[in-house]
Design a protein. Sequence first.
Lengths: 254, 781
Amino acid sequence: MLTRRRFLQLSGAAGALALLPGRARAIGEGAKVQIGQIAHSGSWNPRPSGLRRLAWEVDKRTSIDIKVDPAEVHLSDTDLYKRPFLYLAGDREFPAPSEEDVTRLRHHLQFGGFLLTDSAEGRPWGRFDAAVRALAARLFPKAPLAPVDGEHVVYKSFYLLRNAPGRVLAEDKLEGVTHDGRLVLVHSQNDLAGAWARDNFGQWEFDCFPGGEGQREMAFRVGINIVMYALCLDYKSDQVHVPFILRRRRWQSE
Amino acid sequence: MGERLARLLGADPTQYNDVRLVMHAPWGRLAIVLGVLAAALALGLAAWGYRRLKPWRRIVLITLRTLAIAASLVLFFQPAFQLRWVERLPNHIAILVDQSRSMAVAETQGHETRAARAAAWLRQQSDALERTRKDRRTDFYTFGEALVPAAEADLAAESHAPDGDATKLREALTALRQRYAGRDLGGVVVISDGVDNGRFAEARTQKGPLDVEAVEFLRGLGAPVHTVWVGRPGLHDIAVSAVLADDFAFVRTAVKVEAIVRAHGYAGQTVTVTLKRDGETVKSKPVSFNSDAGEWRIPFEFTPDRVGKYVYEISTPVLPGEALASNNARSFVLKVIRDKIRVLQVCGRPSWDERFLRSMLKRDPNVDLISFFILRTPTDLQMAPQSELSLIQFPTRELFEEELKSFDIIILQNFNYGPYYVGQYLPRVREYVESGGALAMIGGDLAFGSGGYAHSPLAEVLPVELGDDTVAPERMLSLEEFRPRLSPTGRVHPITALSLEGRENGERWNALPPLEGLNLVRRARPQAQVLLEHPFLRGEGGQPLPVLAIGEVGKGRSLALLTDTAWRWGFWAAHAGGPNADGRAFQRFWENAIRWLIQDPSQRLLHVQTDAAEYARGAKVRIDVRLLGPDYQPQKRGAVSVVVAGAGGEVVMQRSGQVDGEGEFHLELVPPKAGAYRVVARAQAGGRPLEEGEVFLVRAEGRELEDVAARDDLLRALASATGASFSDGSIDMEKLAFLDSEAVRVGRRKDVEVWSGAWVFFMAVALLSMEWALRRRLGYV
């Protein structure tokens, strides 16, 4: 488990490295990864700075070339496909999308897209959560939202994770919809963006409970792992990685 | 016997040498049967009537009655002794001489061969044969693969060197039996070394050289089979007698073959058994002969690293004094096919382009994908100790040194080699491509010039000329959005065939979403082919800059895709509607590209193949050449040249000609000798020279020389089963027992009738009278 002292050490190192010269980046803007945040008619952006901070962390911690600012997208957009990674958040119930929008979203996910849903309600089984479940059932009636097993590659796509906390730890694990052998929808009830949110003065907007700053770091790791999974799929399940990961899992246990 | 009987019957024994009993009665068969039955009935009734008499009276009366009936039967049948002068016609003796190759062996080098011993024995028997000629006709044959009539003089003079590729003695005896069907075969003499590889070899059991069925067969011949063994102990020979191998193997999958080595006379020696492919040693193993004669099984395991048809050879050195050198090596053809296409995908950073390519490759059941992605660069923040990360060291040595040759394709996707110490391996990657591998470089800010490849070894194998790498990386990139155009070559090339129909293919390409960003290069290499070109950016020389270019490098191929947004051909296109709404354009493009890169036979323009992989000596080899045009349609006109060369490079046939209307060119040849041959066909398509090869093997000597150790056990068993004699060549023909002739000629004859004498009649009457008188005296009448 990450201690507060360790976290501060690492943060210091991160700050120093951030001063290093920048890297060459993708050919054009089109090659960069950009998260598309779905704007629905409800409260669609309860943690406005959350995604931006996650993208910043992804950019600094990984080799992924990502646009820091998310794109606002609507399910009704005919060019929804330009953002393969979609993010849907809310802190209350949101209106059910039209059938046409659901079809567009389903098409998007079936052809390779990815959707992360994040409940900012801070408690399990809230009304946003119920709306997500209803949407998932409409999207993939034969593949219900189900807990993502701890052995799933999403927990080891970059960091080795045991659970998936956000600002809270309402549910230990993520939930997801699997289609054609891959997760197309990942759902968190732990308010991931709540842990990521940071104001313009560099202050964390919300405290993390019950794990404090260590839990916040874990929330970032969950977010980075999800982005990495969307881009690399089951890469970390390849045979070449298995012995290393097993060994490190054992170290963590000891 | 005949003469004594003739004298008894009062005839001159010099005139008659044979007597036999004949019947003169004119009765038919039925009357004869009825007569015998009547006699038996009369005798039975008498016995019945006398059953209560005292024994001695009964015996006397029945004896009298029996004699009387016998006398009556003589009168009834009218028998006679036929005196004859009989002469026997000569029957046939077949002498079979082994003419198989093993007969050319001399157990000790420089000494007498087995064939020479056989000829010498025949010469020794010439006088004896001459003497028996009036009683027997001697017919000569050779046998090996088949029974062939021969002349005694040729055999005795050893006129023909043994050349049979097999010894099929049972098959020869079967043919002999058929040849003498209805004729009088008095016996057979087989002269052989006892090396058999026909049906008798199959009949060998643990109990002996012949099973029950084989013994029955021999007895059914109805003639003795004398055997003369001309082999001798003390053979010195090593033979690779067999190779147990499958016809095909999978590339990069371990293959097991087993060589069976038979050795005689080299106890205590150790030799090296070597497996070679096309003359190059693949593996070798020592084998120690711990007994004077035996069989050793030598397993070889190796991993073919390339697809194709290859001639392998397993051989042993020829030791001093070996009886035969030609059986020390055995070749076989192994067709190496691809189980899965092994792809190495190395990516400089996770991206949508990487994600969709990986997804497509992982889904393809024909692809074995090894991915390695750089998830964190040296300049990225390290927010966690290594133990909390799933990151592993970049296994550069394993990928680019140990496993390099195992890959069918290496995809470097937006990958800069510099920070990862891969530069030291790039010469190897270049060699890998030049020697038949495939390289695809996919664009991005870490690829081509901006990836630092301009002066790297890979620059020489890419189909594009990279620009000056002293300029800022950004100047090596164009950030604009564009729609690539199909070049004239791209319109007909299989890589860019999203549809088989030309016009539809063009429509599909035009309807694809635009790409964004391009790696700038000077131009395509002169020998390269540009399939997709930029609509407005021009390279040095004024030609449109390539977006997709391909090239042949030595035996290998390379592909350059100078953008990192090709994934849009799949995901974007699926949503944009139009002819690509099935979202399969990206997949189809890469499937085509992979097939081309691995030189899939279906994408070759020139095909050459033989009608078999292995041939017997003297068999006709048919070679079919097929020439396709750049559009993959049969080329209706075009020159083709074909060269067939032996393993040593000696040209055995060279032909040139025009393909027919179907784009085909056929030729046949009979290779002059055993061994491996390589066919090389050359032609041109679309101005490009094409060359394709094929190999075939002409088998050396069937199974004959697998084991040349002479064996006497089969010949002993043959003789024993037919009641004949076995010898090692020391016996004379005259001492061999043969069946007498069944065919006779009758010179004169004379019948001496038994029944015509009056005494027979009087004896019958007297006997009946005596019986009547006796019965009367005893009071039974």
